[in-house]
Write a new protein. Structure first.
Length: 280
């Protein structure tokens, strides 16, 4: 695929210059405030930084690898999560604290049209590796595409080094799970600490138990429960268990709405303010 457009390069360069200038001015302001308010003696550090604003940059566009696209009606994106490269997230989905969604191996430069992106998405693995190989033998990977009403919980790592990673609608991905170049269809639950290896597929209304390792190219059929390392089918899910898969996803949408104001006071609220709020 072609590299980033000229307009994307200009926007990226100007944006970076403005961002770095703002950071430099901010540091000068913090130092000035420190000098004005702090009594220093010999041996003290030069400056005391007591700043309660989170500066983590959680959406990272990459000129040659694409940019995150988040639906306007997304439920919640945690400020300390990381969306890197070609990561697309649908409405009412959520990405929680410390999760990393890393799509930095696909050759989809910033500024590409939707038509170009759709063509790239539909390429098979062999074709994409053929046309996407970069001069330094990198590229050839895919993007991360997450549907609606899905939650990626705390500490998860989702990558697409070898191929696209597709996660459907109403999926719950448990804490610390690792998904690499795999496909998860609608209304599934991926248990805490589980691993989906490249090429694996979890079909709709299935459950992968906590700590399970689904091998390369393995297919978990619809409505099945798989557990273990390597993961094996344990049994078919009961109808009541399938209904709970929908319930888990809907409950996380409710929880997400409670987090949307978490950064209104700058993230970390000072202890003295917490005490005042409690006394009130």
């Amino acid at each position: 695929m072609p590299p980033a457009t000229i307009l994307a390069r200009v926007k990226h360069t100007i944006g970076r210059a403005i961002r770095e200038t703002g950071q430099a001015i901010d540091r000068v302001g913090i130092r000035g405030e420190s000098h004005a308010k702090t009594t220093r003696v010999i041996g003290d550090p030069d400056y005391i930084f007591n700043d309660h604003l989170s500066r983590h940059r959680n959406r990272m566009p990459l000129l040659r690898r694409g940019e995150p696209k988040v639906d306007d009606n997304v439920a919640y994106i945690a400020p300390c999560s990381s969306l890197i490269g070609t990561v697309h997230i649908g409405a009412n989905s959520s990405v929680w604290y410390g999760a990393v969604l890393r799509a930095d191996c696909g050759n989809m430069g910033c500024g590409r049209s939707d038509q170009k992106k759709n063509e790239w998405m539909k390429m098979n693995t062999e074709k994409r590796k053929e046309v996407d190989r970069d001069y330094d033998d990198s590229g050839g990977g895919g993007g991360i595409f997450i549907g609606c009403d899905t939650n990626i919980q705390d500490g998860c790592v989702v990558t697409s080094k070898e191929d696209h990673t597709f996660i459907g609608n109403g999926v719950t991905v448990g804490h610390m799970a690792f998904i690499n170049s795999a496909t998860v269809e609608d209304n599934c639950l991926i248990g805490m600490g589980s691993i989906l290896n490249p090429g694996s597929r979890v079909e709709s209304l299935s459950l992968v138990g906590a700590g399970s390792v689904v091998g390369r190219g393995v297919v978990v059929k619809s409505g099945e429960l798989w557990v273990g390392n390597p993961a094996r089918k344990l049994r078919d899910l009961l109808d009541e268990e399938k209904k709970k898969l929908h319930y888990y996803a809907s409950e996380y949408i409710k929880v997400s709405t409670c987090q949307n104001t978490a950064m209104d006071l700058g993230g970390n609220v000072p202890d003295n303010l917490i005490k005042k709020l409690r006394l009130a």
